[in-house]
Ligand binder design. Structure first.
Ligand SMILES: Nc1ncnc2c1ncn2[C@@H]1O[C@H](COP(=O)(O)OP(=O)(O)OP(=O)(O)O)[C@@H](O)[C@H]1O
Length: 309
């Protein structure tokens, strides 16, 4: 089993220019970096992510020679190999690539679902400043909002916004079947039945929750891993439009298989292949390379569309 050898740095140049004391502390942490990396010990950062007033821009990232293997993997190859990438503050970035090329792994590392070996900022503080919309989600009761495209279908449910979508109490109580006196048993009885909603409707609820979190004013990074795989075309367009409308002061990174609206609006497209960054550029820059990976993937979709019409 190969251990995680991610080497990921998050740089906040504006902050470093602004705040001398912070700069000194970051310098101290960075001087410790190599030693920690050798021991492969994850240390949480010491700093809170800066408040919106002192740091109104989106997060910026710099990945320097990042290698990453999942702790549980049986595979010899790393999921990411020698990834170098700069993501500028406030930019909209789209990650594309074929299945298994490393797109989700990259966005998970940026969102710190998996830990690199060293980091400057406190995990909890970074999480307060980030949102990840992904395919793997839990739906919590009561989440709803118009921007996520969930309002219309929620209003049609028998109990509307009072509907409990996933009775988490019931799930927890299932583990307590041999403890009849446990207080959760009472809660379980109160929940009559689970309300089934479709995959696309679930994605709308998850998106709605993300918009609710954006209202906190703390969000500086929005990571979106294929949140629209089950949405219809209209729902997808609406969601992307609303996310892009909310982009001010935020860096947004999307993973998608669908070319079109998002790739056209991206400040930067990252095209992955076999765990490496194959190409980086705008749509027109990448499409100018007629033998490139991006052009190949784009043409497969464009040709399929033409064949259908
Ligand atoms: N949780 C995991 N544990 C072990 N290996 C994983 C895990 N998730 C992904 N991998 C492996 O890491 C590599 C990159 O996977 P990743 O999910 O990042 O690709 P992707 O480009 O997002 O693929 P897709 O387009 O199919 O979603 C693949 O070889 C995959 O099998």
């Amino acid at each position: 089993m190969q251990s995680s050898t991610a080497n990921l740095r998050n740089t906040f140049s504006n902050l470093m220019d602004e705040d001398c004391e912070t700069k000194k502390r970051i310098g101290k942490l960075q001087s410790l970096y190599s030693a920690k990396e050798i021991k492969n010990v994850m240390e949480d950062g010491e700093l809170d992510y800066p408040h919106e007033k002192s740091h109104p821009e989106g997060m910026s990232f710099e990945l320097s020679d990042v290698n990453f293997s999942y702790p549980t993997t049986q595979k010899k190859e790393s999921s990411l190999s020698s990834v170098n990438l700069k993501i500028h503050s406030g930019s909209v970035v789209v990650i594309v690539g074929s299945n298994g090329s490393g797109k989700s792994t990259l966005i998970r590392l940026l969102s710190r679902l998996y830990e690199p070996t060293s980091w400057t900022y406190r995990t909890t503080s970074l999480r307060e400043s980030s949102i990840l919309l992904s395919q793997d989600h839990n739906i919590f009761p009561m989440d709803s909002a118009e921007k996520g495209g969930a309002k219309e279908f929620i209003e049609k449910l028998d109990k509307g916004f009072d509907t409990i979508i996933h009775p988490m109490v019931a799930i927890a109580a299932n583990k307590l079947e041999h403890q009849p006196d446990h207080p959760l048993q009472e809660e379980k009885k109160k929940i009559s039945k689970k309300s089934n909603i479709s995959g696309g409707e679930q994605q709308r609820v998850v998106a709605a929750r993300a918009f609710m979190r954006m209202n906190s004013g703390k969000i500086r990074f929005v990571a979106v891993d294929e949140p629209t795989s089950a949405l219809d075309s209209e729902g997808e367009l609406q969601l992307f439009t609303r996310l892009l409308e909310a982009r001010e002061g935020k860096t947004m990174v999307f993973v998608t298989h669908r070319f079109g609206y998002l790739t056209k609006h991206a400040d930067m497209i990252v095209c992955m292949k076999n765990g490496t960054v194959e190409e980086v550029g705008t749509h027109s820059e990448l499409y100018a390379n007629k033998t490139g990976e991006y052009t190949k993937l784009y043409n497969i979709q464009a040709n399929a569309f033409l064949a259908d019409s």
